[in-house]
Design a protein around this ligand. Structure first.
Ligand code: HPA
Length: 244
C-alpha cells in the first residue's frame, strides 16, 4: 500500500535499496547501473527506481538531505516495502587532514548531534553501526576494484552551516573521519526495525584545507563509489561480481 511519502505499490521496491541524498543521483544510478528499470516513486520528487544489477534485484531512492528526511524514507522502505539492505551512497566533508578529496570512506559507526537515537534508546547513547557483513563485502569489492577505502566513524550532522568553529577539531581529535548528514539516522532505523545498513561516502570537501572537488570529479568519484556499493551487495548476496 502506498505510504504518505511513497506512491509505490507493494513489491515495487526490491529488498536492497541504494540511498543517495539527491534524487537526480537516484535517476543517474538507475540509468547507468540498472537493467530493466522501472520508475516507482515521484512523490515530492523523491525519485525511486527498481531494476537489476547483474541479475540482482535492486532499488534506488533519493532520501533528501538530513536525518529527518532519510529516516522517513528508510522507515517506510523497511516497514511497508520489506527492505532488508539499505546502503547510503553520498558525499562528505573530511575532518582528518590526511584524507584527500575523492577518498572513499565506509562508515563503521556514525556519531551525531541529532537526538533521534536517544529517543529510540531510552535517552542513552546508542552506538549506531554499520552491518558487519555489508561492511566486509564492501571492503572486498573495493579491493577487487583496486580502490583504497578508509574505515571508521563518521559524524552525521544536523546543521550543514554549523556555527561551532571548533567542531571539526573536536571530531578529528576523536578520530572521526568525515561529516555528512544521514548515516546515524539510517543506522538507527535499521537497528529499530531489524534491517541491515551501510554508508559509503566520497570526500567532496576537505574541511581542514578548504579544498572542494569540481562538479566533473564529483560525478566520476560518485560513480566509482556506487560501483563498490553495488559489487559489495552482490558479494553479500553470494553472487559473483564479474560476468554476472
Ligand atoms: N558537511 C556536512 N555534509 C556534507 C559536507 C559537509 O561539509 N560535505 C558533503 N556533505
Amino acid at each position: 500500500m502506498p505510504t504518505p511519502h511513497l506512491s509505490a505499490e507493494p513489491g515495487d521496491f526490491a529488498d536492497t535499496v541504494l540511498l543517495p541524498g539527491d534524487p537526480l543521483r537516484a535517476r543517474h544510478i538507475a540509468e547507468r547501473c540498472f537493467e530493466d528499470v522501472q520508475h516507482v516513486n515521484a512523490v515530492r520528487n523523491a525519485l525511486g527506481f527498481t531494476g537489476t544489477y547483474r541479475g540482482m534485484p535492486v532499488s534506488v531512492l533519493g532520501t533528501g538531505m538530513g536525518i529527518p528526511s532519510a529516516s522517513i524514507y528508510t522507515t517506510e522502505l523497511v516497514t511497508q516495502y520489506g527492505a532488508k539492505r539499505l546502503v547510503r551512497v553520498g558525499s562528505c566533508g573530511a575532518v582528518q587532514p590526511g584524507l584527500g578529496l575523492r577518498s572513499v570512506i565506509l562508515g563503521v559507526g556514525a556519531c551525531t548531534d541529532s537526538n533521534v537515537n536517544r529517543v529510540r534508546y531510552g535517552g542513552m547513547d546508542f552506538a549506531a553501526t554499520a552491518d558487519f557483513g555489508l561492511l566486509r563485502t564492501a571492503v572486498e569489492a573495493a579491493e577487487q576494484r583496486g580502490v583504497e577505502v578508509h574505515l571508521g566513524n563518521v559524524h552525521s550532522s544536523d546543521l550543514f552551516y554549523d556555527p561551532r568553529d571548533e567542531l571539526v577539531a573536536t571530531m578529528a581529535g576523536m578520530g572521526v573521519l568525515a561529516v555528512e548528514m544521514e548515516a546515524a539516522g539510517i543506522y538507527g532505523v535499521a537497528a529499530e526495525h531489524g534491517a541491515r545498513a551501510l554508508t559509503v561516502l566520497t570526500v567532496s570537501d576537505q574541511l581542514v584545507t578548504g579544498e572542494r572537488v569540481s562538479a566533473d570529479d564529483r560525478q566520476r568519484t560518485f560513480d566509482d563509489m556506487v560501483d563498490i556499493a553495488l559489487d559489495g551487495l552482490l558479494l553479500d548476496a553470494g553472487r559473483p561480481v564479474a560476468g554476472g
